[in-house]
Ligand binder design. Structure first.
Ligand code: ZN
Length: 327
Protein backbone atom coordinates (compact mmCIF):
# COMPACT_ATOMS: atom_id res chain seq x y z
CA UNK A 1 0.00 0.00 0.00
CA UNK A 2 2.88 2.35 0.81
CA UNK A 3 4.09 1.96 -2.75
CA UNK A 4 0.90 3.29 -4.38
CA UNK A 5 1.62 7.05 -4.04
CA UNK A 6 5.21 6.46 -5.14
CA UNK A 7 4.08 4.51 -8.21
CA UNK A 8 1.52 7.19 -9.05
CA UNK A 9 4.18 9.88 -8.87
CA UNK A 10 6.50 7.90 -11.11
CA UNK A 11 3.68 7.42 -13.62
CA UNK A 12 2.89 11.15 -13.56
CA UNK A 13 6.54 11.99 -14.19
CA UNK A 14 6.55 9.86 -17.35
CA UNK A 15 3.09 10.80 -18.63
CA UNK A 16 2.60 14.44 -17.57
CA UNK A 17 6.10 15.49 -16.56
CA UNK A 18 7.04 18.28 -14.18
CA UNK A 19 6.74 22.02 -14.79
CA UNK A 20 9.77 23.90 -13.50
CA UNK A 21 10.16 27.61 -14.32
CA UNK A 22 7.56 27.42 -17.08
CA UNK A 23 9.24 24.46 -18.78
CA UNK A 24 7.48 21.10 -18.91
CA UNK A 25 10.15 18.47 -18.22
CA UNK A 26 9.35 14.93 -19.28
CA UNK A 27 11.13 11.96 -17.67
CA UNK A 28 12.50 8.73 -19.08
CA UNK A 29 12.80 6.20 -16.28
CA UNK A 30 15.32 3.35 -16.20
CA UNK A 31 15.72 0.40 -13.84
CA UNK A 32 18.95 -1.42 -13.07
CA UNK A 33 19.73 -3.89 -10.30
CA UNK A 34 20.93 -7.41 -9.70
CA UNK A 35 18.85 -10.29 -11.08
CA UNK A 36 16.96 -11.10 -7.88
CA UNK A 37 15.72 -7.57 -7.17
CA UNK A 38 14.85 -7.04 -10.82
CA UNK A 39 12.80 -10.26 -10.89
CA UNK A 40 10.97 -9.31 -7.66
CA UNK A 41 10.08 -5.83 -8.93
CA UNK A 42 8.97 -7.32 -12.23
CA UNK A 43 6.73 -9.92 -10.52
CA UNK A 44 8.72 -12.57 -12.35
CA UNK A 45 10.13 -16.06 -11.72
CA UNK A 46 13.52 -16.53 -10.09
CA UNK A 47 16.61 -17.19 -12.21
CA UNK A 48 16.52 -20.98 -11.73
CA UNK A 49 12.98 -21.37 -13.15
CA UNK A 50 12.06 -22.97 -16.47
CA UNK A 51 11.12 -19.55 -17.86
CA UNK A 52 13.91 -17.40 -16.53
CA UNK A 53 14.50 -14.50 -18.92
CA UNK A 54 12.74 -11.21 -18.10
CA UNK A 55 13.19 -10.00 -21.69
CA UNK A 56 12.35 -12.94 -24.00
CA UNK A 57 10.15 -16.07 -23.75
CA UNK A 58 13.05 -18.62 -23.86
CA UNK A 59 12.74 -21.71 -21.66
CA UNK A 60 15.65 -23.58 -20.05
CA UNK A 61 15.14 -26.44 -22.49
CA UNK A 62 16.00 -24.15 -25.40
CA UNK A 63 19.32 -22.97 -23.95
CA UNK A 64 21.36 -25.57 -25.81
CA UNK A 65 20.32 -24.32 -29.25
CA UNK A 66 22.93 -21.63 -29.89
CA UNK A 67 21.75 -21.05 -33.42
CA UNK A 68 18.36 -19.76 -32.34
CA UNK A 69 18.09 -15.98 -32.03
CA UNK A 70 16.52 -14.33 -29.00
CA UNK A 71 15.68 -10.65 -28.65
CA UNK A 72 13.86 -8.33 -26.24
CA UNK A 73 10.38 -9.25 -27.42
CA UNK A 74 8.10 -9.05 -24.37
CA UNK A 75 5.93 -5.96 -23.97
CA UNK A 76 5.36 -4.31 -20.61
CA UNK A 77 1.70 -3.51 -21.46
CA UNK A 78 0.80 -7.21 -21.59
CA UNK A 79 3.67 -8.71 -19.57
CA UNK A 80 1.41 -11.07 -17.59
CA UNK A 81 0.51 -13.12 -20.66
CA UNK A 82 4.07 -14.52 -20.77
CA UNK A 83 5.06 -17.61 -18.77
CA UNK A 84 6.59 -16.91 -15.38
CA UNK A 85 5.18 -13.38 -14.89
CA UNK A 86 3.04 -14.15 -11.85
CA UNK A 87 2.36 -10.61 -10.55
CA UNK A 88 1.79 -7.12 -11.87
CA UNK A 89 5.19 -5.36 -12.05
CA UNK A 90 5.80 -2.69 -9.43
CA UNK A 91 7.16 -0.28 -12.00
CA UNK A 92 5.08 -0.99 -15.08
CA UNK A 93 5.46 2.64 -16.14
CA UNK A 94 9.03 1.73 -17.19
CA UNK A 95 9.22 0.01 -20.60
CA UNK A 96 10.95 -3.38 -20.55
CA UNK A 97 13.89 -2.24 -22.68
CA UNK A 98 14.64 0.32 -19.94
CA UNK A 99 15.12 -2.52 -17.40
CA UNK A 100 18.84 -2.81 -17.93
CA UNK A 101 20.97 -5.75 -16.79
CA UNK A 102 23.82 -4.61 -14.58
CA UNK A 103 27.31 -5.00 -16.05
CA UNK A 104 28.87 -5.51 -12.61
CA UNK A 105 26.64 -8.47 -11.78
CA UNK A 106 27.20 -9.95 -15.24
CA UNK A 107 30.94 -9.94 -14.49
CA UNK A 108 30.57 -11.20 -10.90
CA UNK A 109 28.15 -14.02 -11.58
CA UNK A 110 29.70 -15.30 -14.83
CA UNK A 111 33.18 -15.23 -13.24
CA UNK A 112 31.73 -17.24 -10.33
CA UNK A 113 30.34 -19.74 -12.82
CA UNK A 114 33.66 -20.08 -14.68
CA UNK A 115 35.57 -20.51 -11.41
CA UNK A 116 33.11 -23.07 -10.02
CA UNK A 117 33.25 -25.07 -13.25
CA UNK A 118 37.03 -25.33 -12.91
CA UNK A 119 36.80 -26.39 -9.24
CA UNK A 120 34.08 -28.88 -10.09
CA UNK A 121 36.28 -30.36 -12.81
CA UNK A 122 39.19 -30.89 -10.38
CA UNK A 123 36.79 -32.48 -7.88
CA UNK A 124 35.36 -34.80 -10.54
CA UNK A 125 38.79 -36.05 -11.56
CA UNK A 126 39.46 -36.83 -7.90
CA UNK A 127 42.46 -34.50 -7.56
CA UNK A 128 40.85 -32.00 -5.20
CA UNK A 129 43.11 -32.88 -2.27
CA UNK A 130 45.32 -30.90 0.12
CA UNK A 131 48.02 -30.61 -2.55
CA UNK A 132 45.62 -29.15 -5.12
CA UNK A 133 44.15 -26.74 -2.59
CA UNK A 134 47.61 -25.59 -1.60
CA UNK A 135 48.56 -25.01 -5.24
CA UNK A 136 45.43 -22.90 -5.75
CA UNK A 137 46.08 -20.80 -2.63
CA UNK A 138 49.73 -20.32 -3.70
CA UNK A 139 48.70 -19.23 -7.19
CA UNK A 140 46.17 -16.82 -5.67
CA UNK A 141 48.93 -15.38 -3.49
CA UNK A 142 51.12 -14.94 -6.56
CA UNK A 143 48.46 -12.77 -8.21
CA UNK A 144 47.98 -10.93 -4.89
CA UNK A 145 44.53 -12.30 -4.04
CA UNK A 146 43.79 -13.27 -0.46
CA UNK A 147 42.15 -16.71 -0.70
CA UNK A 148 41.49 -19.65 1.65
CA UNK A 149 39.71 -22.99 1.76
CA UNK A 150 38.04 -24.31 4.89
CA UNK A 151 35.55 -26.94 6.05
CA UNK A 152 32.59 -26.04 8.26
CA UNK A 153 32.14 -28.25 11.33
CA UNK A 154 30.47 -31.54 10.42
CA UNK A 155 30.53 -30.68 6.73
CA UNK A 156 32.39 -32.58 4.02
CA UNK A 157 32.37 -29.87 1.36
CA UNK A 158 35.05 -27.21 1.16
CA UNK A 159 34.11 -23.56 1.42
CA UNK A 160 36.35 -20.85 0.00
CA UNK A 161 36.81 -17.08 0.21
CA UNK A 162 34.13 -15.10 -1.56
CA UNK A 163 36.08 -12.61 -3.66
CA UNK A 164 35.31 -8.93 -4.22
CA UNK A 165 34.91 -7.61 -7.78
CA UNK A 166 38.49 -6.39 -8.25
CA UNK A 167 39.93 -9.72 -7.04
CA UNK A 168 37.58 -11.62 -9.34
CA UNK A 169 38.95 -9.63 -12.26
CA UNK A 170 42.52 -10.47 -11.20
CA UNK A 171 41.67 -14.19 -11.14
CA UNK A 172 39.92 -13.94 -14.50
CA UNK A 173 42.94 -12.28 -16.10
CA UNK A 174 45.97 -13.74 -14.37
CA UNK A 175 45.23 -17.08 -12.67
CA UNK A 176 47.57 -19.65 -14.25
CA UNK A 177 45.23 -22.57 -14.97
CA UNK A 178 48.12 -24.83 -15.96
CA UNK A 179 49.00 -25.12 -12.27
CA UNK A 180 45.86 -27.20 -11.69
CA UNK A 181 44.75 -28.52 -15.10
CA UNK A 182 46.43 -30.54 -17.91
CA UNK A 183 48.13 -28.18 -20.42
CA UNK A 184 45.64 -28.48 -23.34
CA UNK A 185 42.65 -28.14 -21.06
CA UNK A 186 44.27 -25.18 -19.28
CA UNK A 187 44.93 -23.45 -22.63
CA UNK A 188 41.33 -23.98 -23.80
CA UNK A 189 39.81 -22.65 -20.57
CA UNK A 190 42.28 -19.75 -20.48
CA UNK A 191 41.04 -18.77 -23.95
CA UNK A 192 37.46 -18.87 -22.67
CA UNK A 193 38.33 -16.72 -19.62
CA UNK A 194 40.24 -14.21 -21.76
CA UNK A 195 37.30 -14.05 -24.13
CA UNK A 196 34.93 -13.28 -21.29
CA UNK A 197 37.26 -10.60 -19.90
CA UNK A 198 37.37 -8.95 -23.34
CA UNK A 199 33.55 -9.03 -23.59
CA UNK A 200 33.28 -7.43 -20.15
CA UNK A 201 35.67 -4.66 -21.17
CA UNK A 202 33.63 -4.15 -24.35
CA UNK A 203 30.41 -3.75 -22.30
CA UNK A 204 32.08 -0.96 -20.34
CA UNK A 205 33.51 0.75 -23.41
CA UNK A 206 30.99 3.23 -24.89
CA UNK A 207 32.78 3.02 -28.28
CA UNK A 208 32.01 -0.72 -28.71
CA UNK A 209 30.03 -1.53 -31.83
CA UNK A 210 26.91 -3.53 -30.77
CA UNK A 211 27.00 -5.67 -33.93
CA UNK A 212 30.64 -6.65 -33.33
CA UNK A 213 29.79 -7.35 -29.70
CA UNK A 214 26.91 -9.61 -30.73
CA UNK A 215 29.20 -11.58 -33.06
CA UNK A 216 31.96 -11.89 -30.43
CA UNK A 217 29.52 -12.92 -27.68
CA UNK A 218 27.99 -15.60 -29.91
CA UNK A 219 31.47 -16.87 -30.78
CA UNK A 220 32.35 -16.95 -27.08
CA UNK A 221 29.28 -19.09 -26.34
CA UNK A 222 30.37 -21.50 -29.06
CA UNK A 223 33.80 -21.80 -27.41
CA UNK A 224 32.01 -22.35 -24.07
CA UNK A 225 30.18 -25.32 -25.60
CA UNK A 226 32.53 -26.48 -28.40
CA UNK A 227 31.16 -30.04 -28.74
CA UNK A 228 33.40 -30.71 -31.76
CA UNK A 229 36.59 -30.32 -29.72
CA UNK A 230 35.56 -32.58 -26.86
CA UNK A 231 33.29 -30.04 -25.21
CA UNK A 232 34.44 -27.41 -22.75
CA UNK A 233 31.11 -27.36 -20.96
CA UNK A 234 27.54 -28.63 -21.35
CA UNK A 235 24.47 -26.61 -22.38
CA UNK A 236 23.20 -27.13 -18.82
CA UNK A 237 26.14 -25.07 -17.59
CA UNK A 238 24.84 -21.96 -19.38
CA UNK A 239 23.41 -19.59 -16.76
CA UNK A 240 20.74 -16.90 -17.19
CA UNK A 241 23.46 -14.23 -16.98
CA UNK A 242 25.31 -15.94 -19.87
CA UNK A 243 22.07 -15.95 -21.91
CA UNK A 244 21.69 -12.21 -21.28
CA UNK A 245 25.34 -11.54 -22.14
CA UNK A 246 25.09 -13.36 -25.46
CA UNK A 247 21.58 -12.48 -26.63
CA UNK A 248 20.50 -9.20 -25.06
CA UNK A 249 23.49 -7.04 -24.11
CA UNK A 250 24.11 -5.98 -27.72
CA UNK A 251 20.48 -4.85 -27.94
CA UNK A 252 20.78 -2.75 -24.80
CA UNK A 253 24.05 -1.30 -26.15
CA UNK A 254 22.33 -0.27 -29.37
CA UNK A 255 19.23 1.15 -27.67
CA UNK A 256 21.08 3.12 -25.02
CA UNK A 257 24.29 4.01 -26.84
CA UNK A 258 23.65 7.68 -26.02
CA UNK A 259 24.54 6.86 -22.39
CA UNK A 260 26.59 3.66 -22.62
CA UNK A 261 25.76 0.63 -20.46
CA UNK A 262 28.39 1.62 -17.90
CA UNK A 263 26.13 4.57 -16.95
CA UNK A 264 23.61 2.08 -15.58
CA UNK A 265 26.14 0.11 -13.54
CA UNK A 266 25.25 -0.81 -9.96
CA UNK A 267 28.93 -0.65 -8.97
CA UNK A 268 28.48 2.62 -7.04
CA UNK A 269 25.43 1.29 -5.15
CA UNK A 270 27.23 -1.98 -4.34
CA UNK A 271 30.22 -0.03 -3.10
CA UNK A 272 27.98 2.09 -0.88
CA UNK A 273 26.31 -1.04 0.46
CA UNK A 274 29.73 -2.54 1.22
CA UNK A 275 30.79 0.60 3.10
CA UNK A 276 27.57 0.66 5.14
CA UNK A 277 27.76 -3.01 6.02
CA UNK A 278 31.44 -2.69 7.05
CA UNK A 279 30.64 0.43 9.09
CA UNK A 280 27.77 -1.39 10.76
CA UNK A 281 29.82 -4.41 11.75
CA UNK A 282 32.73 -2.27 12.96
CA UNK A 283 30.47 -0.52 15.45
CA UNK A 284 27.94 -3.16 16.28
CA UNK A 285 27.25 -4.86 19.57
CA UNK A 286 25.24 -7.46 17.66
CA UNK A 287 22.51 -8.56 20.10
CA UNK A 288 23.37 -6.31 23.05
CA UNK A 289 21.93 -2.84 23.57
CA UNK A 290 18.64 -1.18 24.27
CA UNK A 291 16.24 -4.09 23.97
CA UNK A 292 12.79 -3.05 22.78
CA UNK A 293 13.89 0.57 22.13
CA UNK A 294 16.54 -0.55 19.73
CA UNK A 295 16.31 1.02 16.28
CA UNK A 296 16.54 -1.00 13.10
CA UNK A 297 20.00 -1.37 11.57
CA UNK A 298 19.10 0.64 8.49
CA UNK A 299 17.78 3.56 10.59
CA UNK A 300 20.98 3.61 12.64
CA UNK A 301 23.13 3.62 9.50
CA UNK A 302 21.09 6.42 7.91
CA UNK A 303 21.19 8.52 11.10
CA UNK A 304 24.93 8.05 11.35
CA UNK A 305 25.41 9.14 7.72
CA UNK A 306 23.04 12.03 8.19
CA UNK A 307 25.10 13.25 11.12
CA UNK A 308 28.31 12.94 9.12
CA UNK A 309 26.77 14.87 6.22
CA UNK A 310 25.59 17.61 8.58
CA UNK A 311 29.11 18.17 9.88
CA UNK A 312 30.59 18.07 6.38
CA UNK A 313 28.13 20.63 5.01
CA UNK A 314 28.26 22.98 7.99
CA UNK A 315 32.04 22.88 8.12
CA UNK A 316 31.91 22.53 11.87
CA UNK A 317 35.06 22.33 13.92
CA UNK A 318 33.34 19.93 16.28
CA UNK A 319 33.83 16.33 15.16
CA UNK A 320 30.68 14.19 15.32
CA UNK A 321 30.39 11.87 18.24
CA UNK A 322 30.63 8.28 17.11
CA UNK A 323 27.46 6.32 17.73
CA UNK A 324 27.17 2.68 18.63
CA UNK A 325 25.27 0.61 16.12
CA UNK A 326 23.39 -2.45 17.24
CA UNK A 327 21.65 -5.28 15.43
ZN1 ZN B 1 16.24 -13.69 -23.12
Amino acid sequence: MLMIPFRNELRELTEIGLIIGGINWMFNLYFSSDWKFLAICLGFNSANSLFFCPWCPISKKEMSNVNKEWSISKQMDCINIYNGHHSVPLFNMIPLDHWIPDELHIMLRITDRLWNLVLHEIQETGYFNDVAREIIVKEMNRIKVNFHFWQEKGCQTWSFTSLMGQDKLKVLQFFDLSTILPPTRARAIRMLWDGFYDLYMDIRNPATNPKTFKRNAKMWLKIFLTPSTGGLYRPNDITPYIHVLVFHIHEFMEKHKKWGLKSFSCAAVENKNHQQVSQFFRKTLRDGGNGANRKSAIVQILEFENRKLHYNINDSQVTPKMIKLQV
